[in-house]
Ligand binder design. Structure first.
Ligand code: C2E
Ligand code: CA
Ligand code: CA
Ligand code: CA
Length: 279
């Protein structure tokens, strides 16, 4: 009891109270963000090393608050999840991403699809596949124009349920990527049973391949294993020419990162794609 008391004092220290108040403010702000048009999407190109083209873009949500400025999704997405607003925001993201790829893929035929980030909670929605299909129909888009990035957290609990919904989506023709691969705690054997098209190797791994021979070897093995299972591979967070070279030598299929391009507002993305030269 004494320990519990001490823990409570520790828990309600000044920083935690600030954090709590901050989350409350973010939660209240989020309620208005959608109506007030404060949310938007930026897009980061994914460069396909086989074709030498940007074949996909990842949609990353941005919140431009009138007073606070840009709020990071790492800060407000967890708050949206806790506050039960992630489904609403999630559908908004899909709608906007599809609207954008509709126009872009007409202008840039090399661009195959847009990838969006999907939270585990969104897959708890029994109507998810149906609603995604409705949005695809709204824009008269083939399901192959859409990719969903899910993290290993999706498979932490309710594994069967998540696999079922992802299988529905894959059957519909939506592509599935396993995001942040290597950072979770799941065992490797589950990779066999997941309905995936590709795995994205986490930035933390990529950032160490230049200086750590063992990390390079590990990343090489992940790529080989993924290929062996029939998946494509994407490296995220590629920031240097040396990283690109090492990844390319390790047979990576696609790279994404600041070296190639930061996430861009749609107007800037159009310029980027127009100026794209074959490397
Ligand atoms: P993520 O899906 O792993 O996205 C990659 C993050 O790394 C992005 O941060 C991106 O801007 C950043 N990044 C890209 N290239 C580089 C690089 O070369 N170096 C470094 N240091 N960083 C790079 P961002 O946009 O702040 O997003 C953070 C996270 O927020 C995302 O991580 C994702 O988990 C989440 N998120 C973003 N948009 C959405 C969304 O629409 N829905 C949901 N549920 N989550 C989202
Ligand atoms: Ca992602
Ligand atoms: Ca990622
Ligand atoms: Ca991440």
């Amino acid at each position: 009891a004494k320990d519990a008391g001490r823990n409570r004092v520790y828990y309600f220290n000044y920083e935690m109270k600030e954090q709590f108040e901050k989350e409350l403010l973010l939660e209240q702000g989020l309620q208005k963000a959608l109506e007030k048009n404060e949310l938007m999407l930026h897009f980061q190109p994914q460069f396909d090393l086989h074709s030498g083209k940007t074949t996909r873009i990842e949609a990353l949500i941005r919140w431009n608050h009138p007073e606070w400025g840009m709020v990071s999704p790492d800060e407000f997405i967890p708050v949206a999840e806790k506050a039960g607003r992630i489904r609403e925001i999630g559908y908004w993201v899909i709608d906007k991403a599809l609207e954008s790829i509709k126009g872009l893929s007409k202008e840039y035929p090399d661009l195959e699809r847009v990838a969006i980030n999907v939270s585990a909670l969104q897959l708890r929605d029994k109507e998810f596949t149906r609603n995604v299909k409705k949005l695809l129909d709204k824009y008269r888009l083939s399901p192959g124009k859409l990719e969903m990035e899910v993290t290993e957290s999706v498979f932490m609990d309710r594994v069967e349920e998540s696999i079922k919904i992802l299988t529905e989506l894959k059957t519909l023709g939506v592509e599935i990527a396993l995001d942040d691969f290597g950072t979770g705690f799941s065992s490797l054997s589950y990779l066999r049973v997941l309905p995936l098209h590709r795995v994205k190797i986490d930035r933390v791994f990529v950032s160490q391949i230049e200086t750590d021979q063992k990390m390079l070897s590990l990343v090489g093995s992940i790529i080989e294993m993924a290929h062996g299972l029939g998946f494509e591979t994407v490296a995220e967070g590629v920031e240097t020419a040396a990283q690109l070279k090492l990844l390319s030598e390790s047979n990576i299929d696609t790279v994404q990162g600041y070296y190639y391009s930061r996430p861009l507002a749609i107007g800037v993305l159009r310029e980027f794609l127009s100026n794209e030269k074959t490397v």
